[in-house]
Design a protein around this ligand. Structure first.
Ligand code: ZN
Length: 262
């Protein structure tokens, strides 16, 4: 049993991995976008049915326009890097929902929502491009699919730890699998995803012709608001000085990457 599981985990760790373009981070990918797309589309359809769209034509056009510009940048990047099939698979759609919550999200496959409550913090088109670029980057880097893959590994890890011993040859693999799946592992991965989405989002916003300095200012504004009235988006996107510092540090690199594909 032990041997069987260790072989199985080894196979997963060696073959069930992919690499996130630009950041070069290795990720576990046992779940593909194709597999989650039906659920993703159904979830978006449900939101469209239950939540009113904004009646503000100008702001709605702004959201759609920025989204399309960012999606064009992602598309260009994918096609120029031999990933045309992946580019074809996205079903980009951008909508502005009438909702006071300060929130935005992107589902696997490219369905994006911006809530009207978030617009004041974004302040201008560059700020909105920064937040939308970040959300799109979560889809681009397949973070949702990675979380689901981790969930699958967590189940396997639980079995492995139950049958494994401390001096097992493959203890490191058990620990890795289990560590990934426990609460702490998930949290650590979440921070990784946030940083990665910030970096990728910055590259795409530059490619799409927006001012990347505004990404720094948006998260500064979020961090400032965090002290008084924390925006809803901060529940999954904690903003602090570290985040702002990381964005500042990445800016020169982002410009360099973007220049290659503009
Ligand atoms: Zn995020």
């Amino acid at each position: 049993m032990k041997k069987y599981i260790s072989t199985f985990l080894l196979v997963i760790l060696f073959y069930g991995c992919s690499t996130v373009p630009i950041t070069g981070r290795k990720q576990i990918s046992l779940v593909t976008t194709d597999q989650v797309l039906p659920a993703s589309l159904a979830k978006y359809a449900k939101e469209l049915k239950e939540q009113p769209l904004s009646k503000d034509r100008e702001k709605t056009a702004m959201v759609k326009n920025i989204g399309n510009n960012l999606a064009a940048a992602v598309d260009k990047f994918l096609r120029e890097n031999g990933k045309s099939a992946e580019a074809d698979a996205y079903q980009w759609e951008f909508n502005l929902f009438e909702n006071k919550e300060e929130n935005a999200w992107c589902l696997p496959g490219g369905k994006v929502a911006v809530y009207s409550g978030l617009l004041p913090i974004c302040k201008n088109e560059d700020g909105l491009a920064a937040v939308m670029g970040h959300e799109i980057a979560h889809a681009f880097a397949h973070h949702g699919e990675e979380r689901m893959s981790e969930g699958m590994l967590a189940q396997l890890g639980g079995i492995a730890v139950a049958v494994g011993t401390a001096n097992d040859d493959h203890a490191a693999i058990w620990n890795m699998a289990y560590g990934l799946g426990t609460g702490l592992g998930m949290l650590a991965f979440s921070r990784t995803h946030e940083k990665e989405a910030d970096e990728l989002g910055m590259v795409f916003m530059i490619m799409a012709g927006y001012d990347p300095e505004e990404a720094i200012h948006v998260w500064e504004r979020m961090a400032a608001r965090n002290k008084s009235h924390p925006p809803v988006i901060l529940a999954t996107h904690p903003s602090d000085q570290q985040r702002v510092n990381d964005l500042k540090a990445f800016l020169p690199k982002a410009k360099e990457y973007a220049r290659k594909y503009m």
